[in-house]
Structure formats: structure tokens, C-alpha cells
Design a protein around this ligand. Structure first.
Ligand code: MGP
Length: 216
């Protein structure tokens, strides 16, 4: 289906129906049987930490979707992040991009990282992850949404993490715009600083922290 405008989750009105109503034509509304296409097709992945297997072997594709309705059907069908066991991840990536550093589109990329305290699993984790998903499927980052590869939530005893992965750690304009919009969408207070790190640095870090390339 041809849609020029990015479809957002809350923007469900079919412009064709509105046009016909304005001209007084009688319409049989397509609203009830046409699914609302998203700008991109997305793939949801699940990671379960089985120490007898390699990291990549623990990663499984759950399913793909490209409409608003199928997004909600999937979201409503799976466990909330806060109910997963420690060591598990969900990843939502554009179709064709694997949720790993090695993918062509991630190799030179990085992530905006939200680190949560243990207490935030109860208060913030599930709503932050849902908001992250809505930012992705709703293409919330204007002209810079093309730089987005996907997002990951890590459930960890030491503190959960949520991140948006982008494709090019040198694209300062895209990264800062995405970071600013993301922080605002999550309702993170201005005084709280979030950092962007390259996957190259994360993959080769020696200590527990990776240096920030950008902050907002
Ligand atoms: P993690 O799951 O991203 O974070 O990486 P965690 O468990 O909080 O650990 P920490 O090191 O950030 O404190 C854990 C480990 O999983 C990494 O050290 C890698 O060995 C492996 N791993 C994670 N990712 C995202 C990748 C990846 O994209 N590719 C490969 N090959 N291994 C990865």
C-alpha cells in the first residue's frame, strides 16, 4: 500500500475516508478491515542466556510485523520485560539488520544507553521499553530515523539497560537529534545525562564502563 506519511500508532485515521466525507460522498469505511502499514518492517528477537551455547546461538527471532495492528498483537502476546529472567534480552530491529555488533549496519554504529537502577525495574522498565518501541515503529526521529537500526532491553541483576542502536557513530547530527528526542519521549529529566557509545568501544572495553562519544 502506498503511504507517503509515516504511520504513527496514534494516527489511525484513514485519509481516504476523510476526503470522501468532506465531499459528501457515501463511504464504506476501510477503517475496519485495512491494517495500518508502518514505514518499516520490524523483527523482534529474544536472547536467553544459556552458558553452554555461544552468544549468537542464544539469539532467536520471535517474529516480524509491518502494521500497527500486528505490532500490538505481538506486544500484547509476549511477556513484559520485567517478567523475564535475568540474562534475557528483547531486541527490535529493522528487517534485514541482525541485533549484533557484527551486522554491516551496526559495525560502525553505537547506542544511546539508558541504565536503570534495580528499583527502576518496578517503576520504569516496562513503560520505558514500550516508549522505546513506539519511538521506533512510529519513526519518531524525523529526518534522522534512517540512522536507527533498532533497540535492545537487557534484563540484568546488576541493573537493567535499554538502548537505541544507530548506524554511524560519526553522524553527530543524527545521533544528537535522536538522543534529544529519545530523552524527552522517556521523560528523563534534563539534568540527568545519557551517553552514546560506539559498539567498537563497547566490544573492546576492559573495565565496566565505556567512554561516551556524545551526551545529551
Ligand atoms: P551484554 O549482554 O550486551 O551486556 O554483553 P551485559 O550482560 O550487561 O554485560 P556487560 O559486559 O555489558 O556488563 C555481554 C556479553 O555478550 C558481551 O561481553 C559479549 O561477549 C556478548 N555480546 C553482546 N553483544 C551485544 C554482542 C554482539 O553484538 N555480538 C557478539 N558477538 N557478542 C555480543
Amino acid at each position: 500500500m502506498a503511504t507517503a506519511e509515516p504511520q504513527t500508532i496514534s494516527n489511525l485515521t484513514n485519509p481516504e475516508d476523510e476526503k470522501a466525507e468532506a465531499t459528501g460522498q457515501e463511504v464504506v469505511s476501510t477503517e475496519h478491515y485495512v491494517k495500518h502499514p508502518l514505514q518499516n518492517r520490524w523483527a523482534l528477537w529474544f536472547f536467553k542466556n544459556d552458558k553452554s551455547k555461544t552468544w549468537q546461538a542464544n539469539l532467536r527471532l520471535i517474529s516480524k510485523f509491518d502494521t500497527v495492528e500486528d505490532f500490538w498483537a505481538l506486544y500484547n502476546h509476549i511477556q513484559l520485560s520485567s517478567n523475564l529472567m535475568s540474562g534475557c534480552d528483547y531486541s527490535l530491529f529493522k528487517d534485514g539488520i541482525e541485533p549484533m555488533w557484527e551486522d554491516e549496519r551496526n559495525k560502525q554504529g553505537g547506542r544511546w544507553l539508558i541504565t536503570l537502577t534495580k528499583q527502576q525495574r518496578r517503576s520504569d522498565l516496562d513503560r520505558f521499553w514500550l516508549e522505546t518501541l513506539l519511538c521506533l515503529v512510529g519513526e519518531a526521529f524525523d529526518d534522522h530515523s534512517d540512522d536507527v537500526c533498532g533497540a535492545v532491553v537487557n534484563i540484568r541483576t546488576k541493573g537493567d539497560k535499554i538502548a537505541i542502536w544507530t548506524t554511524d557513530y560519526e553522524n553527530k547530527d543524527a545521533i544528537t537529534h535522536i538522543g534529544q528526542v529519545y530523552k524527552e519521549r522517556l521523560g528523563v529529566p534534563q539534568k540527568v545525562i545519557i551517553g552514546y557509545q560506539s559498539h567498537a568501544d563497547t566490544a573492546t572495553k576492559s573495565g565496566s564502563t565505556t567512554k561516551n562519544k556524545f551526551v545529551v
